[in-house]
Design a protein around this ligand. Structure first.
Ligand SMILES: [Mn+2]
Length: 380
């Protein structure tokens, strides 16, 4: 594939400018309005790729600003997301030109009046980014609407396979114009490939049950903008293979790979998703119980809910592990189970570690984390 370096270059320039603004060494840049774009705290492919795509369009619209996307994880956790590393690599985007949570946490207080745009979530979800809660300027997301920041513009929250789809749909006119202009065609190609990464991964190459008509329409449009020689199935296969890489990752790593945190009432919950079942875990990561406990200890959470998804061939497409670290976590888990056991089709499989860890089969295979989270929030 040709190297669409203009997109990478833009990220590099903006990242440099960000550090100059943050460190206050360049007076001339202080008038530049800094604007952040952030994906959600799981920092999955959708969140991260979409934040770059969105930042690109926002920068295009507001040339006077310095728009910087950031990945909502510590920099050292990037290695846990090989599919993201792979996609960025294909586009020659260097990750040292992207900001991470460490940078945001270290940002001087005066920068917290900068506007922030949220993609792939609609409420600020980490303590480190809480400082932006008054400056949310725009939202495009495909999770349940939590009803915040009603004056944001755009404010698009609707169901869709991938958030990337919604962002491209919103900016399609600009993308078409860029593609049809000689000088910017390569940028449009790079953006299209970047956007197709999460669309195809989230929809299983436009074939799984999460796929909506909008995903298909937008993807079909993007297929017209990709560089010549680009092959959809090869591209999808490559990302999927990377996403399915477990070699070299401890159970602790897997718990951090796709992790979200919730706090209904005063109960703190970690909710990692792992694309393997309990049999695989017991066989291949035999120290998992200890690592789960260490993880909960480190995070200081009351409860850990591990969502497991299995391959299509297996009888149970989903399983769930609960680890109740505290009494509070235990009573929350009881309430959650009492209310939702039937609708989730949870079938008790086993208790380990004196009943503090419960493992269930989950018959309701449509209930992904996105569907379970509202149930958790309603369990208090
Ligand atoms: Mn998403």
């Amino acid at each position: 594939m040709t190297v669409p370096s203009k997109l990478a270059k833009l990220l590099e320039t903006n990242c440099k400018q960000y550090f100059q603004i943050a460190s206050d060494i360049s007076a001339s840049l202080q008038t530049k309005k800094l604007t952040f774009v952030s994906g959600n705290e799981s920092a999955d492919l959708d969140s991260c790729a979409t934040s770059i795509v969105y930042a690109y369009f926002l920068q295009h619209k507001h040339r006077e600003r310095c728009v910087v996307p950031f990945f909502n994880i510590p920099r050292n956790e990037l290695r846990l997301r090989p599919e993201l590393v792979c996609l960025l690599d294909m586009l020659k985007i260097r990750t040292d030109n992207v900001l991470f949570l460490n940078d945001i946490a270290a940002a001087p207080e005066r920068l917290s009046s900068s506007p922030i745009h949220l993609v792939d979530h609609n409420t600020l979800d980490r303590e480190e980014v809480g400082k932006f809660k008054k400056t949310v300027e725009g939202i495009i997301d495909h999770h349940k609407d939590e009803g915040n920041y009603l004056n944001a513009n755009p404010r698009i929250v609707k169901e869709c396979g991938s958030c990337s789809t919604l962002v491209i749909q919103y900016y399609m006119d600009i993308l078409s114009t860029l593609y049809n202009t000689e000088a910017t065609r390569m940028e449009a190609e790079a953006i299209s490939v970047l956007a197709l990464g999460p669309i195809l991964i989230d929809t299983g190459n436009l074939k799984n049950e999460k796929t909506t008509e909008t995903d298909v329409e937008v993807a079909n449009q993007l297929f017209k903008f990709v560089p010549s020689g680009w092959n959809r199935d090869e591209f999808f296969g490559c990302l999927k293979e990377k996403k399915g890489t477990y070699k070299g990752f401890s159970f602790m790593d897997l718990l951090h790979r796709d992790l979200k945190q919730y706090a209904p009432g005063n109960v703190s919950i970690s909710y990692p998703s792992i694309g393997k079942g309990i049999d695989w875990i017991e066989e291949k990561r035999s120290n998992w119980q200890q690592e789960l406990k260490d993880f909960a200890e480190k995070k200081q959470v009351d409860l850990v809910i591990v969502g497991l998804s299995l391959s299509k061939k297996e009888e149970f497409r989903r399983q769930m592990i609960l680890y109740k670290r505290t009494k509070q976590g235990e009573s929350f888990a009881d309430k959650f189970l009492e209310k939702n056991k039937n609708s989730l089709g949870l079938e008790f499989l086993k208790n380990v570690e004196d009943n503090t860890i419960n493992v269930f089969n989950q018959r309701n295979s449509a209930a992904s984390r996105k569907k379970v989270v509202p149930m958790i929030m309603d369990s208090i």
